[in-house]
Ligand binder design. Sequence first.
Ligand code: FES
Length: 256
Amino acid sequence: MLQLTVRVIENVPLAERTWRIRLDAEPIARCIRPGQFLMLKVPGTTDPLLGRPFALYDIVGDAIDIVYLVVGKMTTLLASLRQGGILEVWGPLGNGFPDFGNREHVTLIAGGIGQTPFLAYARALLKAGTKRVALYYGIRTANLAAGVSDFEEAGVAVTLASDDGTLGEKGFVTDLVNRDRPSGPWIACGPEPMLHAVRRLASEQSVECFVSLETPMACGFGICFSCVTRVKTADGWDYKRTCIDGPVFNSLELLD
Ligand code: FES
């Protein structure tokens, strides 16, 4: 794990309350894998005291991109940073996505801000020989759709859903997945109810399925136990730490 102080190259809005920050972080850009995450902290403040986890969105040369939704103090501070601003970063953290480059088709399923780990992954899959990468992406309303053109330009087949019908099809993204029954494996990231629905559909349709959990985290590297999730074991269940055993889990491993 690297611990760096990095400079902001740019910080631009992508959608309503959604920004993309580009960080000059060459040592991390060289070794981070899709599905891994970073802890970010704004220096010089104790409010918030702790860092927060953010998924890798993209690698651009020696820089890394992170896309985030402004939802509290940390992300409000993050959105106030401009070119030349400073951030403390530690990572890469977590296990990352499975290597599915030998598969014909991979389906990514995202809800809310859950599309953010998938752009770098889609690029890696297509580069490794996956013939078709599909993204099913659901948001509440059109103004919150962030990065759709990034995925399309990367060669991903994007299907959109919105709760109010202002973008794509009206309804939940899981309704579209249930209708289309896209080929697996499926990899999902988003709110808990969406992940439950995806896991249920995958089980019903016997599709291999992985989920990336958005569990709150305090340290990011295994010492605080703030991020535990329940997994099945041979004799019942146990806790695993999302930050080091995840954030990506086979859906069969998770307790319902
Ligand atoms: Fe501290 Fe996982 S975030 S143990």
